[in-house]
Ligand binder design. Structure first.
Ligand code: NAD
Length: 344
């Protein structure tokens, strides 16, 4: 039997990616929808062969408690609402898959992890890239020694945002601008391919407050991450540029280039070394399907997911430090992070 999910929030990501992905998933199925848009909820319910009774308004979220066929919930709301719904789901004893960024700062994110632990439910941060064969091949090239000793990385993730009224432009709902929205992919992927944690950060940001889009959140952030043994990652993120999503890893004997590195489809990976340039023939699988399947299997076997809540907390700790560095103009040192083994 597939693991039944309730999708909380029927915005763009749910409609365009998650619902189609769940339809073809081997291990996950959508069993309920939570939305304040009744008409939209009913239309999606029909498309999913669900009934009107499977659509719940936010205030009746707790009615899902008695639904044994809903074993997990997937939180797909604006960032600052994640905490409330993760905690409400945990209190119902439901496992939780939560969109990135996990929350709006490390303290809130840690509270979510603690709530799920106390309720004995699994919490996974929806870092889709960590489930793609492309990102695993890049990680293997880096950690398997194919590039020789790795020295430098760079990553850019930016896009153009036009609507000053969108929740992404409101500090209270988003918790920041492009950094927690798209820059987080650079941060998370650099940590993933290296398999180590940064020891310090240095950052600057640009916020033209006379532009109505950037009254509350920054337009661009430039951040440098210092890893052990002098490995440095240089990252840029912006809401003011044409869509760009790249990752490069430079070693003594080879390089990895991903361009694009973070798109939903059409990822590209080139590994260059003394033998030439190689593009491994990898399947362009639906990243959201892979993520659904991973979490559903972990719900079944009770093991901690690959990207647990703690993984989301760690990115928040680093993003908090990035903002602190941009504010103070100083390098910010990071406390050692609990290793991945601690999560398991
Ligand atoms: P969206 O604006 O399209 O949808 C947000 C949903 O939340 C809507 O259904 C809206 O009605 C609902 N909502 C409830 N309360 C709200 C409030 N107070 N203000 C605004 N909306 C409210 O957003 P989205 O792009 O679907 O993003 C949702 C989440 O998914 C975010 O956390 C975002 O970071 C994440 N996301 C992840 C990816 C990915 O690739 N993993 C891609 C896009 C978005």
């Amino acid at each position: 039997r597939r693991v039944g999910f309730a999708i909380v929030g029927l915005g763009q990501l749910s409609a365009e990616e998650l619902i189609p992905a769940a339809r073809t998933s081997r291990h996950a199925a959508i069993a309920a929808l939570v939305t304040d848009d009744e008409e939209k909820g009913r239309a999606y319910a029909r498309a999913l062969d669900l009934t009107d009774g499977d659509v719940y308004p936010y205030e009746r979220f707790e009615d899902l408690k008695g639904r044994e066929d809903v074993e997990a919930v997937y939180i797909v709301l604006p960032n600052s609402l994640h905490r409330e719904y993760v905690e409400r789901a945990a209190r119902m004893g439901k496992h939780v898959l939560c969109e990135k960024p996990l929350s709006v700062n490390a303290g809130e994110a840690q509270a979510m992890v603690d709530a799920c632990k106390a309720a004995n439910v699994l919490l996974m941060t929806a870092y889709r890239c960590q489930y793609t064969p492309y990102h695993w091949a890049a990680r293997e090239a880096v950690q398997g020694g194919r590039l020789g000793r790795v020295k430098l990385l760079d990553s850019i993730h930016g896009q153009s945002e036009d609507d000053p009224e969108a929740w992404r432009m409101k500090q209270r709902l988003a918790g920041g601008g492009p950094l927690p929205d798209v820059g987080i992919y650079s941060l998370n992927t650099v940590r993933f391919v290296l398999g180590t944690e940064p020891e310090w950060v240095f950052a600057t940001l640009h916020q033209p407050k006379d532009d109505p889009r950037f009254r509350e959140v920054e337009e661009s952030v430039s951040f440098v991450l210092g890893f052990p043994e002098g490995v440095v990652a240089n990252c840029l993120t912006s809401y003011g540029v044409h869509k760009t999503a790249t990752l490069r890893v430079l070693g003594e004997e080879g390089t990895v280039l991903m361009d694009p590195a973070f798109t939903y489809q059409g990822l590209s990976l080139t590994i260059s070394d003394g033998q030439g340039d190689f593009q491994p023939g990898l399947p362009d699988e639906d990243q959201f399907g892979l993520e659904f399947d991973h979490f559903a299997q972990r719900v079944r076997d009770g093991r901690v997911p690959w990207t647990p809540g703690e993984e989301g907390v760690q990115d928040h700790r680093i993003m908090d430090a990035i903002y602190e560095s941009a504010r103070t103009g100083q390098v910010v040192r990071l406390q050692p992070a609990p290793g991945r083994d601690v999560f398991r």
